[in-house]
Design a protein around this ligand. Structure first.
Ligand SMILES: [Zn+2]
Length: 195
């Protein structure tokens, strides 16, 4: 994208974290696919939640009192983020759900005896990002490798992701620029974007 051509990336030497990176905003955000169901097991004892605006095809955290998206009159949605491990890839990451699905998971907690260790399958009904998301409880025994896995400090991971990526978008909204349609500022950038 054009505007990035003048930026000068900084390259550092050694094992330190790059400038501006606190190591918490690099978590994978999983997205449901339409091609096949993905299985996840929850690693956290409780999700975290935030208020989000759906803006230009993505979810943006509400910035609170001075939020430019509230000022535009956009509604807010309750969003819930869970730390999970995906069975197939064995990757640990974050999964965000809307309130309806979060409440399904809350219902399943009773039969699971808690949130951690609860497994479910998600799948999109069709390819478009906004198409229906199906969640199903999985009662099969979970793979052994999952038992000792720990998720990240959820609040810290989510706050960090938003600080780094949403602030950029919000400043664009404030200054009246048009946000890029794809790519650089989505908190979901690490994963397949079309899912
Ligand atoms: Zn807002």
């Amino acid at each position: 994208m054009g505007r990035r051509c003048c930026l000068k990336p900084k390259v550092g030497e050694g094992f330190d974290l790059p400038e501006g990176n606190d190591g918490w905003s690099d978590w994978t955000w999983f997205h449901a696919r339409a091609e096949y169901p993905q299985r996840f097991t929850v690693l956290c004892q409780s999700p975290v939640h935030y208020a989000g605006h759906f803006y230009k095809g993505r979810m943006v955290a509400c910035a609170g009192d001075d939020c430019p998206l509230c000022a535009k009159g956009l509604g807010v949605q309750a969003r819930y983020v869970f730390s999970v491990v995906e069975w197939e890839s064995r990757r640990v990451g974050l999964l965000e759900l809307g309130r309806g699905h979060a409440l399904s998971i809350q219902d399943w907690m009773a039969q699971n005896g808690g949130l951690r260790g609860l497994s479910f399958e998600i799948e999109r009904a069709s390819r478009p990002k906004q198409s229906r998301l199906d969640l199903r409880l999985v009662t099969d025994a979970q793979p052994v490798f999952i038992h000792h896995l720990e998720g990240p400090d959820l609040r810290r991971a989510v706050e960090s992701t938003w600080r780094r990526q949403a602030s950029q978008l919000l400043s664009e909204v404030r200054s009246g620029e048009v946000a890029p349609a794809q790519g650089s500022v989505s908190p979901k950038g690490a994963e397949q974007r079309s899912a």
